[in-house]
Design a protein around this ligand. Sequence first.
Ligand code: MN
Length: 236
Amino acid sequence: MLKIGITMNLKEERNITVTKEYVDSLVRTCKEVVPILLPVITEKEVLLKMCNLLDGLLLTGGGDIDPKYYKEEPQLELGEINPLRDEMELFLILEMYRQKKPILGICRGCQVLNVAFGGNLFQDITNLTTLQHKQLAPRNYAFHSIKILRDTLLYKIFCKESIRVNSFHHQAINNISPLFKAAARTSDGIIEAIEGTFDFFVVGVQWHPECMQEDENAKRLFSFFLRECLNVKSRL
Ligand code: MN
């Protein structure tokens, strides 16, 4: 049994939701997985117990992180923020890291990983690039290409120098955390994936592999993540 926590959204301050694709991606990848939806709470003693219970953490997509966490004031282009979700996810990330348990961050999840470890973000990339990062196309459509950097875990996972991915973001990583390295970029230089430089799996991707369940690369990413969770679990 592999207990994988999935972070959720808080909407209108009372509805806790998650997109079904995250759950399906995990369950379809490995029959051992028990997906555990993590409601938005901030009680530290409960969050600590969540981390003790879990074998791995999936950080899902969502709104923007409060820029106060990277020492900036909000700019005009900043989107919706959710203070409780920020607080919860930042705590979960640092505790899972302390316990050396695998983390996969998707879209916002990639960004919050970077912020949790001292990196910062572009609050809006619209005026920084002429490449489109908010596709008007089906969610599973591989929209722009990304270059996978050599000597990265991602290169080992995909065995390719370039792949095509979907894109639904208006923010991106600016300064990368000293504990991470860039693993993929678009042609405009925007960071599309990061990975931890430590000895267990912590990876963030800027795209949405959970919406591309027929995509070979998406399958490889989820398989690798869950294999890492199994390996860590068997060591503990
Ligand atoms: Mn993109």
